[in-house]
Ligand binder design. Structure first.
Ligand SMILES: Cc1cc2nc3c(=O)[nH]c(=O)nc-3n(C[C@H](O)[C@H](O)[C@H](O)COP(=O)(O)OP(=O)(O)OC[C@H]3O[C@@H](n4cnc5c(N)ncnc54)[C@H](O)[C@@H]3O)c2cc1C
Ligand code: FES
Length: 283
């Protein structure tokens, strides 16, 4: 399905932690949504013309719903936080390329999410689990502090395992052994003290492929780590965007390879990304 602007209906909205909202929208965009893709939400307030990009956290194709988990960052997201069941919202989607899940076939995968880069990693883990082609998925989530912990991630990911959902700090595993979950916190209040890479080294987590989303310093560190350890990494760059459809160059990132078509070392994250092989981007 090509991207389109459509009207979605709010199915539910709850606040799940400090400044973080969990929004389910009823929309036929769910049908084609893939892990790592995003939608752009329009504000009702006329002065905020540009839509706000938010990653697809989960897509329930059967029910025709997508889940967006977002942090209130400014006026646009503050407006969305007031949406209630039954409200309508204009959405452009689905956008972006998504994670190349087939790259994980027959391999051990480490899925890393930091801060507000965690939401898209939930659908990534769920889709990897559904494909059943990888040798196992380890999710490593980085938070600032225990008070931002997102319990629901472990509930969804480890739904087969009734005992482990509460213990992601030490690492927990689903019954079929397909998924494990670890957490790190910057202030050391839960899980491994430090960041996602501290958790990887301290918990001796092994992987052949990395899928990651998070703040730029985290992605830079993952790129370096992957290069040093000869691991293939795919990173999602959630940079600032304007038009969201490739028309304004408001989202370009520097690349390490020349673009075949335009002959420049630039790429538009909104249309060519947001997911790139780490070695292809100069971050
Ligand atoms: C592909 C993509 C996926 C995204 N997915 C999510 C998501 O799943 N959940 C989520 O909470 N946010 C996500 N974001 C970030 C989200 O789009 C911004 O937080 C939002 O647009 C801010 O809009 P606003 O009107 O509330 O704030 P603005 O008034 O536009 O900005 C408020 C503050 O936030 C900063 N800001 C704006 N955009 C970004 C950004 N992309 N990254 C870092 N800082 C920013 C501004 O510099 C400013 O300081 C994503 C961004 C992209 C590009
Ligand atoms: S946001 Fe306009 S080109 Fe990407």
């Amino acid at each position: 399905m090509s991207k389109k602007k459509t009207t979605a209906t709010v199915y539910s909205q709850t606040q799940i932690s400090e400044g973080i909202f969990d929004l389910w929208l009823e929309t036929d965009l769910a049908e084609d949504a893939k892990a790592g893709q995003f939608v752009s939400l329009f504000c009702k307030e006329g002065s905020r013309l540009l839509p706000r990009p938010i990653s697809i956290c989960e897509a329930d194709k059967k029910a025709g719903r997508i889940r967006l988990v977002y942090r209130v960052a400014g006026q646009g997201t503050a407006e969305f936080s007031n949406l209630v069941k039954g409200d309508s919202v204009s959405v452009l989607g689905v956008l972006g390329n998504g994670f190349p899940l087939e790259e994980a076939d027959g391999k051990k995968v480490i899925v890393m999410g930091g801060g507000i880069g965690i939401p898209p990693m939930l659908q990534t883990c769920v889709s990897l689990k559904e494909r059943g082609e990888s040798e196992g998925v380890t999710a490593v989530l980085g938070y600032r502090s225990e008070r931002f912990l997102w319990q629901d991630f472990s509930d969804v990911l480890l739904q087969d395992d009734k005992e482990s959902a509460a213990s992601e700090g030490a690492g927990s595993q689903s019954e079929n052994g397909a998924c494990s979950l670890y957490a790190a916190t910057e202030d050391g209040s839960f899980g491994t003290p430090g960041n996602v890479l501290d958790a990887v080294s301290q918990q001796s987590i092994q992987g052949d492929v990395i899928f990651a989303c998070g703040p730029m310093p985290m992605l830079r560190a993952i790129k370096k780590f992957a290069e040093a350890n000869n691991i293939k990494a795919f990173i999602s760059l959630e940079e600032r965007m304007a038009c969201g459809v490739g028309a304004c160059l408001g989202c370009v990132c520097k690349t390490t390879k020349e673009d075949d078509h335009s002959k420049v070392y630039n790429s538009r994250i909104c249309t060519d990304g947001p997911v790139y092989p780490a070695e292809d981007v100069a971050i």
